[in-house]
Design a protein around this ligand. Structure first.
Ligand SMILES: [Zn+2]
Length: 259
């Protein structure tokens, strides 16, 4: 009697193999993600500028020059003078105001802050806009934007290499632009950026009036095209945390400047 030494693999065995393969792939992606997280702190601003040169032009095409853009540029310049020296060296901060009703702001590699007109329209003081800009400058300082971009890039490259889709390689740059606008930061990254913005507000104005008002109003609004909500933490929760920090640091709150 002969025994079949190579029986056809059962479904169960195939499933186990597939599970091992998926686990291996996820493990590798996780490991590289962890590696990137540690590595981003060492990426020199010049390299980041090159990365920005691939991504930012897509947004530059949408931006319009206006009086508002110019006064926002002046506000950003003013905030910049109060940044710690290590946040100024080799940096080229600029602001792009996009004429869209979306209420959102984001930090792109290459030191570009995207601000949607919807956010500016709903702000009631210069200080509120300064807080949002300070928050985005905080993401730059902590290099959060590079962390999320690194993960997105890696995931795309992993998918392209696993499935051997040459076409995907070519579209990576394009899809990255799309992904960047939808990238989310963790709650702790958001809180750290808020703290950075708050400190910058205090240094710039000598008080933190306007730090919470915008988020307070937004938490009451329903039905607003509030993309800030989908990429940022719950504004109510955020206001409570900011107020606690303001009290802890003893920051004064004085009258705010109209826009
Ligand atoms: Zn943020």
């Amino acid at each position: 009697m002969s025994i079949d030494r190579n029986p056809p693999p059962s479904n169960r065995q195939l499933l186990i193999l597939l599970g091992l393969f998926v686990g291996f792939v996820l493990g590798v992606i996780g490991l590289i993600g962890w590696f990137i997280n540690g590595l981003v702190g060492f990426i020199p601003p010049q390299v980041e500028q090159k990365l920005g040169a691939i991504i930012v032009p897509a947004y530059e095409r949408l931006a319009e020059n206006s009086d508002t853009q110019q006064s926002l540029d002046r506000l950003l310049d003013r905030l910049e003078t109060h940044l710690p020296p290590e946040q100024k060296e080799g940096r080229n901060y600029r602001l792009l105001l996009l004429p869209e009703s979306t209420v959102n702001a984001m930090a792109l590699p290459g030191d570009a802050i995207i601000l949607y007109a919807g956010l500016v329209d709903r702000a009631e003081s210069e200080n509120e806009v300064a807080m949002v800009l300070g928050h985005e400058l905080g993401h730059f300082a902590h290099r959060d934007h590079l962390r999320s971009l690194g993960r997105i890039l890696l995931l795309r490259m992993a998918i392209a290499s696993i499935f051997g889709d040459a076409g995907t390689w070519g579209s990576i740059a394009g899809s990255v632009v799309e992904s960047v606008s939808r990238s989310r930061y963790s709650q702790s990254q958001e809180l750290a950026a808020d703290k950075f913005g708050l400190d910058l507000l205090q240094k710039t104005y000598g008080h933190v009036g306007g730090a919470t008002e915008f988020f307070e109003r937004m938490s009451r609004k329903v039905g607003v095209d509030f993309a800030f909500l989908s990429t940022h933490p719950d504004p109510g929760d955020r206001v409570a945390k900011l107020k606690a920090i303001i009290q802890e640091r003893g920051y004064p709150i004085r009258s705010i400047k109209p826009l």
